[in-house]
Design a protein around this ligand. Structure first.
Ligand SMILES: [Zn+2]
Length: 365
């Protein structure tokens, strides 16, 4: 009997912790494929600007270079280095002791996204092929929770999210690659985006849509349908890094920072979302750093490509700015961290190992 009381008390304090204290009612997750922590925290790299990987060096210097690192990174990502650093938290600046990493040993996209959304650095997920992911993911879990049914949506540039998030099993909205959007009652703007993307250049590949279209779909859907969980997945920075095009890589990162600002400005001026929505920003893997051309690549054989970053801004996350705690956070911890922000326990329902929540997201220390 005593045991039962203890269990009941524990259960009560658990639900108290998760269900009552949180203010977060909605989450928006944005990933930028292959964006290095080096650019996030240090801004544009002078060695790369001066290398053969950068065309129009004068333009790039004018747009993104200044000697002072805090000014330089703000030139590249002004939203991150204004609203997010002032009101949120940023993890992964190794120059200040904060380390963020993927736990999977592969350091490429599918394993990276699998880790973020299933909370599990599954050894079997060593592929970028169209293999349907057997593991339960956070978004699928959310889509089954009371009040979240059909209020979970994914917009991704890369078509592989159909498999990564297991569209057939989850049944939730996943619009990925050049897939037309088909939602009952969708407005003319969304219809128009369906037409527009047929005419868009496919300069990355037939499987990857240009990010601005993915953004426009996500933003327009958000405004019309007010999802409680929205995932927006950008891809171009990774493609441009593989191509060794530093100018375009920086340009896209700068543009995507501005896209995220648009989302946040909308969130904070709309009564459905204002002060009850947490925004999480991260990436799927890091990239190499030295020698110079290693920034093109990532993978188990590319040193330091496990090194990543993430950021959070929302009503349950104390404004701590750049984290300097000498701890390593892992992307397998993000799923349960996000679930807890919503007052939910993904770990108990997942059916596989899930990383522990990152406490500092809600304590600030
Ligand atoms: Zn890549």
């Amino acid at each position: 009997m005593k045991k039962l009381i203890v269990i009941l008390l524990l259960a009560a304090s658990f639900s108290n912790l998760f269900a009552q204290q949180h203010k977060t009612q909605n989450v928006i997750i944005v990933t930028i494929d292959g964006l290095r922590w080096q650019e996030v925290f240090r801004g544009a790299d002078s060695a790369l600007i001066n290398s053969n990987d950068t065309q129009d060096k004068d333009v790039v210097r004018k747009n993104f270079w200044t000697a002072d690192v805090t000014e330089r990174r703000k030139k590249l990502m002004p939203f991150i280095w204004s609203a997010v650093v002032e009101q949120g938290q940023l993890y992964g600046n190794r120059d200040k002791g904060s380390k963020d990493e993927v736990a999977n040993p592969y350091h490429f996209s599918y394993p990276g996204y699998n880790e973020i959304f299933t909370g599990f650095a599954a050894p079997k997920m060593n592929t970028n092929e169209p293999v349907t992911n057997p593991n339960m993911n956070l978004l699928e879990f959310l889509n089954k929770q009371k009040g979240f049914e059909n209020k979970v949506a994914t917009f991704a540039s890369w078509e592989r999210f159909t498999q990564i998030l297991n569209a057939p099993r989850s049944g939730m909205l996943i619009n990925a690659g050049f897939m037309p959007l088909s939602v009952p009652g969708m407005n003319d703007r969304l219809q128009h985006l369906n037409e527009l993307q047929l005419e868009a250049p496919r300069y990355i590949s037939d499987s990857t849509r240009i990010d601005f279209l993915t953004f426009e779909f996500a933003k327009t859907y958000l405004k019309q349908f007010k999802p409680r969980a929205l995932y927006l997945s950008f891809d171009e920075p990774d493609d441009l890094a593989h191509a060794g095009n530093y100018k375009f890589y920086l340009d896209r990162v700068h543009q995507e920072d501005a896209f995220i600002r648009q989302l946040w400005n909308y969130i904070q001026t709309n009564p459905t979302y204002k002060d009850k929505t947490t925004l999480i920003l991260t990436c799927d893997h890091g990239r190499g750093d030295v020698p110079l051309t290693k920034w093109h690549d990532h993978g188990s054989d590319v040193a330091h490509s496990e090194q990543t970053w993430f950021a959070v801004i929302g009503p349950d996350s104390p404004a701590a700015g750049e984290m300097t705690l000498p701890v390593t956070t892992y992307h397998k911890q993000l799923a349960q961290t996000i679930a807890n922000l919503l007052g939910l326990d993904f770990k108990a329902a997942a059916g596989h190992q899930v990383g522990d929540p990152i406490k500092s997201v809600t304590t600030g220390k």
